[in-house]
Write a protein that binds this ligand. Structure first.
Ligand SMILES: Cc1cc2nc3c(=O)[nH]c(=O)nc-3n(C[C@H](O)[C@H](O)[C@H](O)COP(=O)(O)O)c2cc1C
Length: 222
C-alpha cells in the first residue's frame, strides 16, 4: 500500500452516527479484528479485549443501556477530562456545532442537544457494538495501546466497507457494563466502538471534521 492509498483510507473514515440495520457478517468482523490486532503495544502486551454484540444481543444491550443512561449516574473507569482548555475546547466546540448544524439542533435548544447526545446510548442504531477493555494494572500505557487498537479497528473496518464510531460516552456507565457483560473488575472499560453499514441519507453523517495542520503539531528540531 502506498502512503497516498493509506491517506485516502484515513480521509475516508469518519465517525458514523447513523446506521442501516443490516448486520456485518461474522467473517468480516473477524477479518477486521484480525487486522487491528497487528497494532503495536508496549512489550507487545496486546492489552485489548473486546466484547462484541450482534443481532438480538445488540438490541437487548441498546435497551438496557438507554435505561441506564436515563436513570444512572456517570461513573467511568477512566476519569473523563475535567475540562478542554484553550484550543482543545475550541476544537471540541467546532465538531459539536458541526454535528448540531448537520442535524438541525439550534443554539440554546438544550432539549434537542440532549436528545442528540442520547443517540450515543442507542449506539446510533448500529447493529454491532464492541466494548474495549484493558487490564487496570497496565494503567495509562494499557489505555494508550488500546487507543492504537481502536484506530486500527476503525481503519480496518473502513477498508472493509464498514463504518464505525468510538464512544467514550458508553464507557461512562462502567459499573453497568461490568455487570451486564461480566467484564472483570480488574479490567478498565475504555470505550465502545459501534459499527455497521452507514446510513448515508442521515444528516448526522453529512459533515466531516477538520484537523490542525502539520505545522501546528510538530516542533521541528534540525
Ligand atoms: C476515544 C474516543 C471516544 C469518542 N467518544 C465519542 C462519543 O462518546 N460520542 C461521539 O459522538 N463521538 C465520539 N468520538 C468521536 C469523535 O468525536 C471524533 O473522532 C472526532 O470528532 C473526529 O471526527 P471523525 O472521527 O469523524 O474524524 C470519540 C472518538 C474517540 C477516538
Amino acid at each position: 500500500m502506498t502512503l497516498d492509498e493509506l491517506d485516502a483510507l484515513m480521509k475516508a473514515r469518519f465517525s458514523c452516527r447513523a446506521y442501516r440495520p443490516d448486520p456485518v457478517p461474522r467473517q468480516t468482523i473477524e477479518a477486521i479484528v484480525d487486522t487491528a490486532r497487528r497494532a503495536p503495544s508496549w512489550c507487545n502486551a496486546q492489552p485489548w479485549q473486546l466484547t462484541i454484540t450482534s443481532g438480538a444481543e445488540t438490541a437487548a444491550f441498546r435497551t438496557a443501556l438507554r435505561q441506564q443512561a436515563m436513570s444512572g449516574a456517570h461513573d467511568p473507569d477512566l476519569t473523563f477530562p475535567a475540562s478542554y482548555p484553550g484550543v482543545y475546547g475550541d476544537r471540541r466546540r467546532t465538531c459539536g456545532w458541526q454535528l448540531y448544524d448537520a442535524v438541525g439542533v439550534k443554539k440554546g435548544d438544550r432539549e434537542a442537544s440532549a436528545r442528540q447526545a442520547m443517540r450515543n446510548f442507542d449506539l446510533f442504531d448500529a447493529p454491532h457494538c464492541a466494548i474495549v477493555s484493558s487490564p487496570a494494572e497496565l494503567g495509562a500505557y494499557g489505555a494508550l495501546d488500546c487507543g492504537g487498537f481502536v484506530t486500527a479497528f476503525c481503519l480496518a473496518a473502513e477498508a472493509a466497507g464498514v463504518a464505525t464510531i468510538p464512544q467514550a460516552a458508553v464507557a461512562s456507565f462502567a459499573p453497568f457494563l461490568h455487570s451486564y457483560f461480566g467484564i472483570p473488575e480488574d479490567r478498565l472499560i475504555l470505550c465502545a466502538i459501534s459499527f455497521g453499514h452507514a446510513d448515508m441519507s442521515d444528516p448526522a453523517n453529512s459533515f466531516r471534521t477538520d484537523r490542525a495542520p502539520v505545522g501546528d503539531i510538530v516542533e521541528w528540531r534540525g
